[in-house]
Design a protein around this ligand. Structure first.
Ligand code: RIB
Length: 301
């Protein structure tokens, strides 16, 4: 599978706490770590570790964080020739991990410079791919532009609308696979997917956009997804949750790798992969290999 990820590169500054501080309060944390992250990077690493042939289009600063992030992509076998280096700092995410869950504050830095011009320079790479995967940590105008170019050329567009903002209708019209979490679904549909009925409502509203495949991830409740006209449920796999950072990104990378084998296979595989990610600390480094996911699926039967 030839996949192009057009997305973000971040350096994650992580600290663990027992609770989130209030405004004006200082609390103690522990286990400070600096990790390679960014939703784009994590999704690219997930697809690469699971056997994909991945090219990354994005931007990093001319700084040490940029060097380390690009090395991380290369160490995972990802083609980095379409990454622009800029005088703006590499993106930084300040992450608080609190009882396994996380809060993130982002300084987009160089990610803001992923422009239409950068896309035009690398158009051939996009047009020769099987799929293009995007998130919203780069300018939405660029994401919309890529979706239009790719979709009209028959390249599958996978969109993860995170972090969520108002979505242009042109972007949704050119999306083939829409993978979002509960917060993002509530923002788009104005319905909180907190009960069975509300999840159905959310999915029915999302279906009206005419997108081929919709996946709504629900954390410990698994995910609901469209299969032709039906809405189906995939249960979560049991896992000891240590750090949920990059779990959604792992799901997306894994889903893309299996989507040509049918939606049920892709859902099960992506759920298994992300259940391993939540059991480990960090972003890119917590993502499992294909052999680890296969072993988990085999053990479950
Ligand atoms: O999805 C997790 C990612 O979100 C982190 O790696 C962080 O960089 C933020 O972008």
């Amino acid at each position: 599978m030839n996949i192009v990820v057009v997305g973000s590169i971040n350096t994650d500054l992580v600290i663990n706490t027992n609770r989130v501080p209030k405004i004006g309060e200082t609390i103690s944390g522990n286990g400070f770590a600096v990790n390679c992250g960014g939703k784009g990077v994590n999704q690219a690493v997930a697809a690469a570790k699971l056997g994909g042939n991945i090219t990354f289009i994005g931007a990093a600063g001319n700084d040490e964080n940029g060097n380390i992030s690009i090395k991380n992509l290369e160490n995972n076998g990802i083609d980095t020739k379409c990454i622009a280096r800029t005088n703006t700092n590499t993106g930084v995410a300040v992450i608080t991990v609190c009882n396994g869950d996380n809060c993130i504050i982002l300084d987009s830095g160089a990610n803001n410079l992923v422009s239409k011009e950068l896309i035009d320079r690398n158009k051939d790479v996009i047009l020769s791919a099987d799929a293009v995967v995007m998130q919203l940590e780069i300018p939405i105008e660029t994401v919309t532009y890529v979706a239009k170019i790719a979709h009209s050329a028959g390249v599958k567009v996978i969109l993860n609308p995170a972090p969520i903002v108002e979505l242009p209708s042109e972007l949704l019209q050119n999306t083939d696979v829409f993978i979002l979490n509960e917060t993002e679904a509530e923002f788009v549909t104005k319905v909180s997917p907190d009960t069975y009925e509300n999840r159905q409502k959310c999915m029915n509203i999302l279906k009206e956009y005419g997108i081929g495949t919709i996946v709504l991830t629900l954390g410990a409740d698994g995910a609901v997804y469209t299969d032709e006209n039906d809405i189906k449920h995939q249960k979560a796999f049991k896992a000891e949750v240590v750090d949920t950072t990059a779990a959604g990104d792992t799901f997306i990378g894994a889903f893309c790798m299996k989507m040509n084998e049918g939606i049920e296979t892709a859902m099960k595989y992506a759920t298994a992969a992300s259940s391993i990610t939540v059991s480990r600390k960090g972003a890119s480094k917590s993502i499992p290999s294909g052999a680890e996911v296969d072993e988990l699926l085999k053990s479950i039967g």
